[in-house]
Ligand binder design. Sequence first.
Ligand code: SAH
Ligand code: AVI
Length: 336
Amino acid sequence: MTGVATGPPEPVQIDVHLRDGTLASLADDVRSGLSRNPRELPPKYFYDARGSELFERITELPEYYPSQIEQDILDVAGQAIVELVRPQEIVELGPGSARKTTALLNPMIELGLGTRYVPVDVSESAVQDCAERLVATYDSLAVHGVVGDFERHLDRVPPASGRRLIAFLGGTIGNLDHPRRSVLLRALRAQLVPGDRLLVGTDLVKDRERLEAAYNDSAGVTAEFNRNMLRVINAHLDGDLDPDLFDHVAFYNEHARRIEMWLRAREDMSVRIEALEMEVDFEAGEEMRTEISCKFTRESLVREYRDAGLELVSWYTDPDGLFALSLAGPAGDGDR
Ligand code: SAH
Ligand code: AVI
């Protein structure tokens, strides 16, 4: 006998594709983002361990309705979605804590359809924590986590073990602008085989007051989340940006149908980002954009799906039409 290990497969496997690449892409993105006018930084850099934790706190704020409403929709429709798709595995893009995903995992496992879950997130702590929690919750679940960027590492998602439901919850797709959404939706379409489905959570167009309140909470958690981008730059690129010298700004751009988050310099300052050998001057009042959060209608999504070779299969929303989950599949694969 050779010493070949036998027995059941490990319940958790995590592939890390970012540690090496992160610094390079953060450096490139910060260098080019700070050289632009207006300055702009990609929102994926909010999410180190602290940023992921701050986002979790955002989901509990009374003003931040998307998380609770999406949870309510999933509580009502999760079982029906799983019965319709009959997935053998769930891949999730940007799961964060994956709390809402149990509304899909429960029926998949209880109906005996499948036992594999593949979370794909830039936050290593998010992937680790959700994997540990989920295997402790479900005896039969195998988690194959991918610490990676869903815009760069979709090819690292392990091959499908059967019919796949790709979940992209929370409205995170809205943090990409239209051209990037289009690239991502096409890449996702290319991964789907007949029978596979994509389940996307999107925040819907609504009155300005409600939208702006969700991004300007009275406890100031969103402001801290916004400033966390500066801490991430300081930590990874040896910068000396002072988060206390930037104000959080968030407003609804009605024309573009999106919330925009900015950081506004409180005073004239000069900052140094050592790893980039870069000196950056800010004038008092100067702003840099840290996030867009696009809002959708059913029509706008149907159009984007169609342009990516996808077709809307079902639409789930709350009674007030605040948030929606849409199930899409390859065009022409509607009545499997
Ligand atoms: N889906 C969860 C979390 C949303 S927060 C919910 O609905 O509550 C957004 C999540 O997406 C974070 O966990 C963040 O780390 C992850 N994320 C953001 N940009 C990403 C990217 N480009 N690639 C992979 N994950 C990303
Ligand atoms: C993750 N994403 C969908 C959130 C949003 O609403 O755009 C991130 C967020 N930014 C501020 N609050 C929450």
